[in-house]
Design a protein around this ligand. Structure first.
Ligand code: ME8
Length: 511
């Protein structure tokens, strides 16, 4: 029997500050995929969380006059609150400061060391003595320390290194042979040609310049490199243990999809596979490095003053409008752009007009003509076939696009149903049928519209769950699964609908 489990993760967000709408995009994207898989009948496990160690966070905490733990507790709860505001249906919110995670990361480090993949060496680099920090060439300002402005000198200190070089050939071969492992395709080529082929340097996996991290178990003055700590969240939280993993781990690993942003593809497609091989574990099935959301075509950043936050947008437009915008406006491989004007344009044209009006008009007509009761008849017309074909063919198209992670295209497939239904109203002119007393035909027309809306709402549910539920409520239907949309006509006759209620109020220019 086919294994119907699906394990999906997002990147774990740095607890360095409140996440902006760009970071929030990822959790919404993962949520849409997770919900769709559940709709398809998969047993889904959806994990997200926060990445809480490291020097940057230690410094931020100090700036705020908090201990690192207080600081990450506050930011992690802020992040979780935003994930909840966005109606994301994660199964577990993990934190790298969880005691269990820390314990397993130490065991992982030990196992890699025992295997001979980690060794003690010397880290050489530019060093600022007063600041006690190693710097890279690019961090220097006029050749001097960016923090205190003093001269830097070459220095070296003890550090643990991971033998990435040992796995170089294996990784190159793996990436070449598994074209689906890393999407989009362009990223895979970039990794192979720019990083793997030129040669992998051994990776420094411990630090002594700060303390906010997980101590190396056998050498406590070192803390474990934050990416080794962070990447392993995908296994430590589902029961991996170097001394023997539990049944949960055997059920969920390997992960089906790591959803991450384009900037951290290198860590996930180079370090992560190698760490897993070192632990003798299977690799995840797929990594998708999604594009970014820009604000006014510029990178979003607090220091740039253009940060937009999900909670502000939700307060103004509602959660589904924000979900719709980010899911629809960021295509598979190109960055998407967010401005208030574009969001309002989309809101009015797609949500208020195409979807909201259709549902409101149809349910209002049913109320006016049939006293809210679902009716039907045998009076068909050729014109019905085209509507029904469009509506029934949407499921397959959505499934195909979702399989290929083309979420924006899948939403277009769903809206095709609503667009076609609006056209059907223009073609059939129900008000004329009513005036002419052609009631039997009118019954059929309104039934076709209500059933098309129901089918559309089922397919819409992973993307706009609230809106979809509201439509089901107004239609008073419990026919909401994928099976129920394989054929046309499952909406039951005789049921009384609830009163129509607008789904999206049109925004006026000065709102
Ligand atoms: O990278 N648009 O955390 P993070 C879309 N802790 N996605 C964006 C974005 C934007 N404008 N800006 C950031 C980290 N992201 C690490 C991950 S995983 C083991 C460790 C995405 O808080 C970014 O690409 O900086 C990443 O996938 C996620 O937000 C969290 O970013």
């Amino acid at each position: 029997m086919e294994n119907k489990k699906y394990y999906i993760t997002t990147a774990i967000a740095y607890t360095s500050g409140k996440p902006h709408i760009g970071n929030t995009y990822e959790i919404v994207l993962a949520d849409a995929i997770a919900r769709f898989k559940r709709l398809e009948g998969y047993d889904v496990y959806f994990q997200t969380g926060t990445d809480e160690h490291g020097e940057k966070i230690e410094l931020k905490a100090k700036e705020c006059g908090k201990t690192p733990k207080q600081f990450v507790d506050d930011v992690a709860s802020e992040i979780k609150k935003i994930w909840d505001i966005m109606d994301t249906s994660y199964d577990k919110f993990v934190r790298t400061t969880d005691e269990h995670h820390e314990k397993i990361v130490q065991k992982i480090f030990q196992k890699m060391y025992d295997k001979g993949d980690i060794y003690l060496g010397k880290y050489k680099g530019l060093y600022c003595t007063p600041c006690e920090s190693f710097l890279t060439e690019s961090q220097l300002v006029d050749g001097k320390c960016p923090d205190c402005g003093r001269e830097v000198s070459m220095a070296s200190e003890e550090a643990y290194f991971f033998k990435l070089s040992k796995y170089q050939e294996k990784l190159e071969k793996f990436l070449e042979e598994n074209s689906n492992f890393l999407e989009p395709e362009a990223r895979r080529n970039e990794m192979i040609n720019n990083f793997v082929k030129p040669g992998l340097q051994d990776l420094c996996v411990s630090r002594t310049s700060f303390t906010w991290g997980i101590p190396v178990p056998f050498d406590k003055k070192h803390v474990i490199y934050v990416w080794l700590d962070a990447l392993t969240n995908y296994i430590t939280n589902i029961g991996y243990d170097p001394d023997g993993s539990n049944e949960e781990f055997k059920k969920w690993w390997p992960c089906d999809l790591h959803l991450i942003g384009k900037d951290i593809v290198r860590f996930h497609s180079i370090y992560w596979p190698i760490f897993l091989w070192s632990l003798d574990l299977e690799l995840p099935k797929q990594i998708f490095g999604h594009p970014w959301l820009l604000s006014n075509n510029d990178k979003i950043g607090k220091s740039r003053g253009n940060a937009i936050y999900a909670d502000d947008l939700v307060n103004k437009y509602g959660v589904d409008a924000v979900r719709y915008y980010v899911l629809h406006e960021i295509p598979f491989a190109n960055d998407g752009n967010l401005t208030y004007e574009l969001l309002e344009e989309r809101y009015n044209s797609d949500l208020a007009n195409i979807l909201g009006n259709l549902v409101n008009r149809t349910i209002s007509m049913n109320k006016k003509y049939f006293d809210n009761v679902i009716s039907n008849s045998d009076v068909k017309d050729m014109i019905d076939d085209d509507l029904i074909n469009t509506v029934l063919s949407a499921k397959e198209k959505v499934e195909k696009n979702m399989d290929e992670l083309k979420i924006s295209d899948a939403i277009d497939n769903v809206f095709e149903i609503f667009r076609r239904s609006n056209k059907y109203i223009d073609e059939t002119c129900p008000w004329t049928l009513y005036k002419e007393g052609n009631i039997e035909r009118l019954k059929k027309v309104i039934y076709n519209l209500l059933e098309s809306i129901r089918i559309g709402a089922v397919l819409l549910s992973p993307f706009l769950p609230r809106t979809s539920n509201e439509i089901f409520k107004q239609l008073n239907t419990d026919q909401t699964d994928l099976k129920s949309i394989e054929t046309f006509g499952n909406l039951k006759v005789g049921i009384t609908l609830n009163d129509p209620k607008p789904l999206f109020m049109r925004l006026e220019k000065n709102d």
